[in-house]
Write a protein that binds this ligand. Structure first.
Ligand code: 3PY
Ligand code: ZN
Length: 630
């Protein structure tokens, strides 16, 4: 329809249009708009109905019960930590944190919790239904972790929505609480190092879009790899929470590589590098309670900045770990609402509240509000049942393999895809073996992926450690493993195991500098002009960054939107499963404009392999022809 507008435009017809014709002629974008949008949505729904949602086995739409939406108090939300930061800047916020007696809470429900339990699939639609209520019901939260990590990629790739839009929309509805994101240091929200200029601009734009607290980590605990990001956050006047990734076991005298002194030294380096808050990122949930007590005590002693602890509840010991850390004076802990807590996710905030009854540091939070919000997510979680990691019980075996909470289910899926499902126990053992071969490294995105890829590769090809050393030169190692040994993720603590590095690199020379320093700065203007040709609308800075981080995924998303329009307006059951014959849904395509869509019938296959899907749109019949790929 856009092209239609172009070719029918008088300037175009008269041959007088120049290179800025599209930019200077906004009416081209005024399409027979509503019809165009509804046609695209019907096409999307028709496709889902005929072919199912990509990546899910096609199945009948399940029945879902009603959702209990909490009733928020009327009026504006009370001022919170966001106002403290805005008025008193990061330094004032830090001072305020240190004055609090009660432990503060970060709610991870909208980021790590669903990343770890539901393959990061929570949609903005479901967040928006409850975010304003959350702002009013939990004004005492320290922060809401709701962006970064895997959410950026998954939003575009699978949910077909723009993560920047999510951030902006949530920000509008929650003006009082700090928004927090997870930033993978030089890997930003991706899986590889980016040139420094990408990191700087990404941080600046994220800050502008509404992120207040940046939890920055390096997947090898290489402080050098975190400095560009810390600096960028400070320049944006936002809060730099630099994190230590906790690995190994400080209680195990036989494992001395990551001892208490190691963490104390790193904490001091991070404070010196400009961190406002020190994060302890226990991504695998291997920080045992007594270790938490000793670690937090030592760090509180060593640095002057507040300490923020993050864990995963894989072993089932999460609450006990927090309780000990709280005794040792930790300032902030990460929790999720009960309905999305536990197992590979964070410990439940609701549970922690009760665990600390009678304790002088019990969080100042409304437990009734936590309960009601949790009920909402309990009901909504059902929509995502096909993405459940399916981990049904606490598993202390995590202390043996040290797989991050977010990786466990992912790797299991990868194993399944390779037909190795019934060798899962072997893969877990191999994961620990590979870690040992690599010199006992920190395992967190993306270094955890390297270990996972190697473990799968070895199990799939029936290779032992000896095979690698004896026949390595004839083996074709996974790309991520080669890149790791080339130094493309940075330098591991105590260096690479030399012999293995030689075998894997087969003569290639590794680097020892920061990859971001060696990489050519990305030319944003060049990207902008590339995108100008591909986007049917003016290109924004955010588009440029999305493309810089995920070129292919971003362009596929653009193409998807061109074909199906904005599908983020659909409710989640319709988005994943379409409609049943006779079912009617209401779709608010913008404020005050609602479409009523009813599925009438799905026809038998036509000779050309399509099916006719009949709808009623606002009471009038509409048909779409959908290719059946099944
Ligand atoms: C991420 O990088 O996405 C993580 O959650 C790592 O723990
Ligand atoms: Zn985590």
């Amino acid at each position: 329809a856009f092209l239609d507008n172009v070719v029918k435009h008088e300037k175009f017809l008269s041959g007088t249009c120049d290179t800025i014709f599209i930019d200077s002629t906004p009416e081209l974008f005024v399409l027979p708009e509503r019809r165009d949008r509804s046609t695209k949505l019907l096409n999307y729904l028709g496709n889902i109905i005929v072919n199912g949602f990509e990546g899910l086995p096609k199945r009948e739409k399940p029945t879902f019960g009603p959702v209990r939406v909490p009733k928020a108090p009327a009026g504006d939300p009370l001022p919170g930590t966001k106002q403290i930061l805005d008025k008193r800047r990061p330094e004032g916020l830090v001072k305020w944190i240190k004055e609090q007696q009660e432990v503060l809470l970060t709610d991870t429900t909208l980021r790590d919790a669903h990343q770890s339990l539901l393959a990061t699939r929570l949609r903005t639609y479901d967040m928006l239904k409850v975010i304003s209520a959350t702002a009013k019901m939990l004004p005492n939260l320290f922060s809401l972790e709701m962006w970064g990590g895997a959410t950026f990629d998954v939003a575009f790739r699978f949910l077909k929505e723009d993560p920047w839009e999510r951030l902006a929309l949530l920000r509008q509805e929650m003006p009082n609480i700090l928004f927090q994101m997870l930033l993978r240091g030089s890997n930003a929200v991706g899986y590889a190092n980016y040139p420094d200029n990408v990191i700087k601009v990404f941080v600046a734009k994220s800050a502008e879009a509404g992120i207040d607290v940046f939890r920055i980590f390096d997947s090898l605990n290489w402080v050098e790899g975190m400095k560009v990001a810390i600096e960028a956050v400070r320049n944006a006047n936002k809060v730099a929470e630099a994190a230590i990734c906790y690995t190994g076991d400080i209680l195990d005298k036989n494992r001395s590589k990551y001892d208490l002194q190691y963490y104390v030294t790193m904490a001091k380096e991070l404070e010196k590098a400009g961190a406002h808050i020190l994060g302890i990122k226990d991504m695998s949930g291997v920080l045992k309670p007594e270790a938490a007590y000793r670690l937090v005590s030592a760090l509180k002693e060593a640095v002057d900045i507040p300490v923020h602890l993050h864990t995963h509840d894989c072993s089932g010991n999460g609450i006990y770990t927090y309780a000990r850390a709280i005794d040792a004076g930790v300032d902030i802990v990460d929790v999720a609402l009960s309905a999305l807590a536990g197992m590979t996710s964070q410990p439940s905030g609701n549970t922690l509240y009760y665990a600390l009854a009678g304790h002088k540091r019990q969080p100042r939070i409304d437990i009734q509000a936590l309960t009601e919000l949790s009920r909402y997510w309990e009901d909504v979680r059902g929509y995502y049942r096909d993405f459940e990691a399916g981990i049904a019980f606490p598993n202390p075996e995590v202390y043996l393999h040290e797989m991050p909470g977010g990786q466990y289910s992912n790797l299991k899926q990868q194993a399944k895809a390779l037909g190795l499902e019934n060798r899962w126990d072997e893969i877990q053992v191999m994961y620990a073996k590979v870690n040992e071969m690599f010199g006992d490294i920190v395992k967190v995105t993306p270094s955890s992926k390297v270990v996972g890829d190697m473990a799968l590769y070895m199990v799939k090809n029936n290779l032992t450690e000896d095979d690698i050393y004896e026949r390595g030169e004839y083996l074709d190692f996974p790309n991520s493993v080669v890149e790791f040994f080339r130094g493309q993720l940075g330098q591991p603590y105590c260096g690479f195991p030399k012999e293995l590095q030689r075998i894997i690199l087969k003569g290639q020379k590794p680097i020892t500098q920061r990859p971001g320093e060696l990489l050519e700065p990305l030319n944003f203007e060049e990207i902008r002009s590339t995108l100008k040709e591909k986007l049917p609308r003016p290109v924004t800075d955010r588009d440029v960054l999305s493309y810089a981080l995920y070129p292919k995924v971003f362009l596929e998303w653009v193409e998807f939107i061109r074909k199906f329009g904005d599908v983020s307006v659909l409710d989640t059951p319709a988005f994943f499963y379409g409609l049943r014959p006779g079912e009617e849904i209401k779709v608010e395509i913008e404020k005050g404009k609602t479409l009523i869509i009813k599925l009438i019938s799905v026809g038998d296959p036509n000779p050309d392999g399509t099916r006719t899907v009949k709808f009623e749109l606002n009471g009038l019949p509409r048909e779409t022809l959908i290719r059946d790929y099944s």
